[in-house]
Design a protein around this ligand. Structure first.
Ligand code: ATP
Ligand code: MG
Length: 433
């Protein structure tokens, strides 16, 4: 992609409406534009990151055996009246009337709809277990939308739903998803802390919240140090669930079950939440299956959510410095940016295009900054946007056959020959594709 053809409107000044760093950086880097309170347009750079995160979430769901489908954003009120949540949900639910005055709503979550799909087709224990998910926009009319995409009103969520014959089986599904969540967050380069949580309006008796560590998070976490030392090759959900972890309002120094030396305190951002709620919805919405004795029994269900759009903000909270965003390669909007500092120099232009074409041929995502802007503007824009590898090409160094290769993630840079740059990039970037 040539930057001159691209659309990435950067801003120099900190926007007054943005309180936290990720929100400020998302606006300044041209990732989002507010359409109305808590509702955003995703501009090209923002959309690329959102899609990359979505794809990692999807890949880990598929690997865990969940099956993707897609339910609509607009739902009829009927099923919600049946489940009893049409009233319970209150003002957070956006209610809509269609032209025939039928009551509709913009889905805040999908337990009702998925249970209805399930009960329409599945009637035997032989077809269990099932784990279905989708990645779809939700709407919750939050009292205080704030912090940009971290607490929006319209937001993208991955939500799945498990169906099992017994509580015992349902716990296996629960642990399977627990493991998939830890894997997903680790793959994004984050440190996930799982906490036992209240089940709230979804109901039920087992629930965990997943928080990621970030200095600027909304909650303060108190947790066993061991939770930071997950063996990525062998994730043990039972063991991870057995460690102590809680949020500040539930923490009591005198009742803390672990010694002080074992305790870590850090800020966190909630990025996922999982629930086992038994037969609450299956009974109300008629999701019964025949067991092996011919008896009809309600299925045991769980639901599992990841805030995909919130993760974009959360990752920036975890990965930034005073100059801008520092994307990990796995979710970066582009892998490499070639910054030509001298657009009117023939040699700089020739080398830039040559590198650009060679890297593109290897299926790497490359942005070529060919804009006719000042050196200062180009460098600061790129620090802000945070593409992990910068190849900086200028006239003076090129005389000695040198270009600068900068790793934006750790801010290390070196001057080497264009051939070496090519080798290093092919080697490093291809290894993660
Ligand atoms: P919170 O306590 O932050 O309101 P919740 O408990 O209401 O979250 P769930 O219903 O469990 O959230 O939704 C699953 C995930 O969706 C959450 O863990 C979070 O990452 C994300 N999420 C929830 N509400 C929002 C929102 N308003 N904006 C962005 N993401 C959200
Ligand atoms: Mg909420």
């Amino acid at each position: 992609m040539k930057f001159s053809n691209f659309f990435s409107p950067t801003l120099k000044n900190i926007p007054a409406e943005a309180e936290i760093i990720s929100h400020q950086l998302m606006i300044r880097a041209g990732m989002i534009k507010q359409a109305s309170a808590g509702i955003y347009s995703w501009l090209p750079i923002g959309l690329r990151v959102l899609k990359n995160i979505e794809n990692i979430v999807r890949d880990e769901q598929n690997k865990a055996g969940a099956v993707e489908l897609l339910m609509p954003t607009i739902q009829s009120a009927d099923l919600w009246i049946k489940s009893g949540r049409y009233n319970d949900y209150g003002k957070e639910m956006l209610r809509i009337n269609d032209r025939s005055k039928r009551e509709m709503l913009y889905g805040p979550t999908n337990e009702e709809l998925i249970t209805d799909i399930f009960q329409s087709y599945i009637t035997s224990y032989k077809d269990l277990p099932k784990n279905l998910y989708h990645i779809q926009w939700k709407f919750r009319d939050e009292v205080r939308p704030r912090f940009g995409v971290m607490r929006g009103r319209e937001f993208l969520m991955k939500d799945n739903y498990s169906f099992d014959l017994s509580e015992e089986d349902a716990k296996i599904s629960y642990d399977n998803m627990f493991t998939a969540y830890i894997k997903t967050f680790l793959r994004l380069g984050l440190t996930p802390i799982a906490l036992r949580a209240e089940t709230g309006p979804i109901g039920g008796n087992l629930s965990h919240e997943f928080q990621i560590l970030a200095k600027t998070g909304e909650s303060t976490l108190y947790y066993d140090k061991e939770l930071e030392k997950v063996n990525t090759k062998k994730i043990d959900p039972q063991k991870l669930q057995s460690y102590y972890a809680t949020v500040d309002d539930l923490f009591d120094e005198n009742e803390c079950p672990i010694p002080k030396e074992q305790l870590n305190i850090s800020r966190g951002i909630e990025v996922g939440h999982i629930f086992y709620f038994g037969t609450k919805y299956s009974k109300k919405l008629g999701a019964y299956v025949q067991n092996n004795k011919g008896k009809n029994i309600p299925v045991h269900m769980g639901s599992y959510g990841i805030g995909v759009s919130r993760l974009v903000g959360a990752m920036i909270e975890a990965f930034h410095d005073e100059k801008g965003i520092k994307w990990p390669l796995s979710v970066a909007p582009f892998h490499i940016v070639i910054i030509n500092l001298m657009m009117n120099d023939e040699k700089c232009e020739k080398l830039s295009l040559e590198l650009y074409n060679k890297l593109k041929k290897e299926s790497l995502e490359v942005l070529y900054d060919d804009r006719d802007y000042s050196i200062g503007r180009k460098l600061s824009d790129n620090e802000l946007i945070g593409i992990p590898y910068q190849v900086i090409i200028g006239k003076r160094d090129l005389k000695n056959n040198l270009v600068e290769l900068k790793n934006r993630f750790n801010n290390e840079s070196k001057k080497i020959s264009p051939d070496e740059v090519l080798n290093i990039l092919l080697d490093r970037v291809k290894s993660i594709l």
